[in-house]
Write a protein that binds this ligand. Structure first.
Ligand code: FAD
Length: 621
């Protein structure tokens, strides 16, 4: 049967990509439908109960700056907040929150249910409706057809999902959830390049069986950092402690002894796993000289005794898991509540997408999240928001949007994926961004909220908070640049005592703030009132202290902008470009980069090839 109501946008899958996608489309004013396996697993964290961390919090803040849900839900669900790299420069500082799984799911569901223009329907999707070569809707397991001109697919690890524990395996989307088999089969009939990847999760431990006296405590940071630009520490639930322990030689011997029954080492698993989130058996194999690995023991929530031992993800047989866990300090009598496992799943080569995350082969169909070869909730959320936005823009007949690499980590993520593809689960790092001094987590709103408002993603409340902050930063920066401290005055003496040297000439407050010994609060109140709002004050300080570096990075960007703005038509015949090697021609013809800059980032496309392209374009006029 055809469902009586028609929608503008259909999103399939209620994980981290799907929830941001449907919220973005609905915020844009589209009648949006979310089709998902279960209402009870909306926003479910499949693996570790944590949001953020290095590179990832940058994405979360960008999603937040564009009106997304992840950071707001984290502030309501976070049971421990820390700022990683706090002693390093602001570019690599990253907020990380331990989350209560149930509170996180509840927060996401509440945000979804209160979003105007969004309907949710619980049913597995088995097929996509195609008409005249483009997508026209989705067909559910019970044969119900939902129609919409655009569809965003965000089915995570579920397509052809296969769960491995030792040499045993079974079909599953993740533990406790059925896989998507029919849909995976249908997608394999379509003209997409499909490969397999794998990821894994550790066994969970019952806290009542752990000897905490043997473990090192780790508390959150004082001052309770927040994830969302609109967040406040008052929203945070009760805060909890985490613990640290380590593997030892005996643990490693037990693991080595079980490798012959490991699905990874016996060749049962074909998919490639995440390099930066390896299983414990992988770590012991790859770093054979290390006699110990750290394990962070994280509570799964406030109302459960289960613990997540971060660092011992494994797909070894259960008897090996049991022995290895009990060999670890503090876990001598540990009871495992759920075994660890690995999951293999289908993903699609992201080089088959354009920068809006629309598939090239099926107009109107967008892919976002784990199915594009990424790993992580944050990477999924970022793609989801972008795909939902672009699906809505397409319905509205407007041009697609994706931030550039110098504007956002979202831009880096999408550009890396669609230009280079990926052979292993892709996760974000600050090192992937060449302009990371500009792309800080603290300024994501200043980089993106105005654009988000223009696009229709940002509501009035966020906009008014943002505008107030932006104006306060501008006014305060101006005040600091035009307020002078003269030698011999009481203010100069205060500064001199901090610098342990007298002021020999007059300085503006902005000049003084550049000195490493001085912080904003040391100088702002010398004349006039310092800003009361901590976020705005932090921004004024960072902008002043790093002005020189930021300006230099901006000059680099401006120089390279020419390449970013040079469009390569989809129809360009690379065989007509003189001097290109056959290999480069093939690579360009296959990737069809949208700009000259993107062409230059394709592995194997040399700077000389880029110059030849530029000459060709100039000659053609
Ligand atoms: P998911 O969160 O998987 O959501 C997919 C959604 O789609 C689900 O709601 C599902 O029910 C729904 N769905 C699927 N098929 C259909 C269908 N046919 N019809 C309707 N609904 C459908 N990430 C890390 O960063 N580090 C890790 O160590 C890590 N380990 C992991 C271990 C395991 C075992 C698993 C399963 C995942 C792990 N992840 C890890 C990955 C992390 O869970 C994902 O990156 C993230 O959840 C991806 O979000 P997503 O929205 O793309 O997909």
């Amino acid at each position: 049967m055809d469902y009586p109501q028609k929608f503008d946008v259909i999103v399939i899958g209620g994980g981290h990509a799907g929830t941001e996608a449907c919220l973005a489309a609905a915020r844009m004013g589209c009648r949006t439908l979310l089709l998902t396996h279960s209402m009870d697993t909306l926003g479910q964290m499949s693996c570790n109960p944590a949001i953020g961390g290095i590179g990832k919090s940058h994405l979360v803040r960008e999603v937040d700056a564009l009106g997304g849900a992840m950071a707001r839900a984290t502030d309501r669900a976070g049971i421990q907040f820390r700022v990683l790299n706090a002693s390093k420069g602001p570019a690599v500082r990253a907020t990380r929150a331990q989350a209560d799984r149930v509170l996180y799911r509840n927060a996401i569901r509440e945000i979804l249910e209160s979003q105007a223009g969004l309907s949710i329907f619980q049913q597995p999707v088995d097929d996509l409706l195609l008409e005249n070569g483009r997508v026209a809707g989705a067909v559910t397991q019970m044969g119900l057809t939902f129609r919409a001109p655009v569809v965003v697919l965000t089915t995570g690890t579920f397509l052809g999902g296969k769960i491995h524990i030792g040499l045993e395996n079974s079909a599953g989307g993740r533990a406790g959830d059925a896989p998507s088999i029919a849909l995976a089969r249908r997608l394999r009939e379509m003209p997409f390049r499909v490969e397999r990847l794998k990821t894994g999760t550790p066994p969970r431990i019952d806290a009542s069986s752990v000897d905490f006296t043997q473990l090192e405590e780790q508390w959150g940071d004082p001052g309770a950092p927040v994830m969302s630009f609109l967040g406040s520490a008052e929203e945070h639930p009760e805060q909890r402690c985490c613990w640290i322990t380590h593997t030892n030689e005996r643990t490693h011997d037990i693991i080595r002894g079980g490798l012959d029954r490991s699905p990874m080492y016996s060749g049962v698993i074909e998919g490639i796993g995440p390099r930066y989130c390896p299983s414990i058996e992988d770590k012991i194999h790859r770093f054979a000289d290390k006699s110990s690995h750290q394990i962070f023991i994280e509570p799964e929530g406030l109302t459960t005794a289960e613990l997540y031992p971060n660092g011992i993800s494994t797909s070894l047989p259960f008897d090996v898991q049991y022995a290895l866990v009990r060999s670890i300090r503090g876990f001598e009598n540990a009871h495992i509540t759920r075994p660890g496992y690995a999951i293999e799943y289908d993903f699609f080569d992201p080089r088959d997408l354009d920068y809006s995350l629309q598939t090239r082969a099926v107009p109107g169909l967008y892919f976002a999240g784990q199915i594009n070869g990424t790993t992580g909730y944050e990477e999924a959320a970022a793609q989801g928001l972008l795909a939902g936005l672009n699906a809505a823009l397409a319905v509205q007949g407007k041009e697609a949007w994706c931030p550039r690499r110098d504007e956002a980590y979202i831009g880096v993520l999408v550009d890396d994926l669609i230009t280079m593809g990926t052979l292993e689960p892709y996760r974000m790092f600050t090192s992937r961004a060449e302009y990371r001094l500009l792309l800080r987590e603290d300024n994501a709103d200043l980089r993106l909220t105005e654009k988000g408002r223009e696009l229709g993603l940002v509501d009035d409340l966020r906009w008014s908070c943002f505008a107030r902050k932006r104006d306060a930063i501008a006014a305060e920066s101006k005040r600091l640049a035009t307020t002078w401290i003269h030698p011999g005055t009481a203010e100069a003496n205060t500064i001199a005592s901090r610098l342990k040297a007298p002021l020999t000439r007059e300085y503006s407050l902005a000049d003084l703030l550049k000195r490493p010994e001085l912080r904003y609060l040391d100088i702002a109140g010398l004349k006039g009132e310092p800003l009361a709002e901590a976020q705005a004050a932090e921004q004024v300080e960072i902008q002043a202290k790093y002005a020189g570096y930021i300006d230099r990075q901006q000059q680099d960007i401006d120089r390279l902008r020419r390449y970013e703005d040079t469009v390569l038509a989809d129809s360009l015949d690379y065989h007509a470009v003189d001097g290109l090697s056959t290999e480069v021609r093939q690579k360009l013809a296959e990737a069809r980069p949208a700009t000259l800059a993107r062409a230059g980032r394709i592995p194997g496309v040399t700077p000389a090839a880029v110059s030849l392209l530029l000459i060709y374009l100039k000659k053609r006029g």
